[in-house]
Design a protein around this ligand. Structure first.
Ligand code: GDP
Length: 301
């Protein structure tokens, strides 16, 4: 298994390395732009965005009468940083709560890493001195409830749960009531699949509706948990979930062994939803805040 991971990691670094290589000390030619565009598409940036980035860069090269590819590297890095910065929008503060109760709703398809992320966030926020409670709102799978309880113990936080088959909105409601007098942050792990997609979106919308009676909209953070390998599919997933509740951020999981990175750019550019954290392993501490600047530095070296 380790070999497989190493291999994927290798693919990732090869993509980054390749991008760095494209901006090498050579004349700017049409072939240079073609290579760059192909490389971006291969890295999950998406065709439309790759074309846009390349044509902006081409215009810049013409306006400034640049002749060497290395001269374009800084400009390209700045373009990416600006784009990621725009995506961060007003949420650049990340998770911040005004009222006594904050709610984080983790949504995403099964297997994307919601339960693991719930635990990682719980430990992080508890470590910052918050009263944190996990809500087992994936009531559809008994195993999911048990798993969250195990993670809750590891993170050292309380888990609010009902029996399998219960009402997920009621679980979140209970969790909110349990911290109302003292103040605190509820992190809800939700279902990733029900009988139909329509069902799931209805259920998620109901959780949000019910929670809003007690918690101000500015203190509710629906975060999309997305497997970094999802690539271009990420956009359509994000759109569907965004229909159920207004997404305020993304946690990109499995960045340690699958990411080619382009999905971050695509998400930021198309949805204006910030990537807040990246998951970098299966352990409870394997999560890092996402920094656009570091990301671009990494990419272009
Ligand atoms: P859920 O179905 O969305 O709740 O997903 P889980 O939290 O159960 O995670 C699914 C699988 O992905 C598990 O095997 C996790 O250990 C693994 N996983 C989650 N996040 C990460 C990550 O950031 N890196 C790696 N390598 N594995 C992860």
């Amino acid at each position: 298994l380790k070999k497989v991971f190493d291999k994927v990691r290798d693919v990732k670094s090869r993509w980054e390395y390749g991008l760095r290589n494209i901006f090498s000390d050579e004349p700017i030619t049409d072939e240079f732009f073609e290579r760059l565009e192909e490389h971006l598409i291969a890295g999950d940036v998406g065709v439309a965005l790759a074309e846009r980035l390349v044509s902006d860069l081409k215009r810049h090269a013409q306006e400034k009468r640049l002749s060497n590819a290395t001269e374009l590297k800084e400009r390209f890095g700045q373009m990416l940083k600006d784009m990621l910065g725009e995506g961060l929008g007003g949420a650049s503060k990340g998770l911040s709560f005004n009222g006594p109760v904050g709610l984080i709703l983790l949504i995403g398809v099964n297997g994307s890493g919601k339960t693991t992320t719930a635990a990682k966030l719980a430990k992080l926020l508890k470590g910052q001195g918050n009263n944190v409670v996990l809500a087992a709102a994936d009531t559809f799978r008994a195993a999911a409830i048990d798993q969250l309880k195990v993670w809750g113990a590891r993170a050292g936080v309380r888990v609010v749960a009902q029996d399998p088959g219960g009402d997920s909105a009621a679980v979140v409601y209970d969790a909110i009531q349990s911290v109302k007098s003292t103040g605190g942050i509820v992190i809800a792990d939700t279902a990733g699949r029900l009988h139909t997609k329509h069902n799931l979106m209805e259920e998620l919308a109901k959780i949000y509706r019910v929670a809003r009676r007690d918690v101000g909209e500015e203190d509710i953070f629906p975060l999309l948990v997305l497997d970094a390998i999802t690539g271009q599919n990420a956009i359509s997933q994000a759109r569907s979930f965004n229909g159920a509740m207004p997404l305020r951020g993304v946690v990109l999981t499995k960045f340690d062994h699958t990411a080619k990175g382009g999905a971050v750019l695509a998400l930021s550019s198309e949805l204006k939803v910030p990537v807040l954290y990246v998951g970098i392993g299966e352990g409870i501490d394997d999560m890092a805040p996402f920094s656009p600047d570091d990301f671009v530095e990494d990419l272009l070296g």
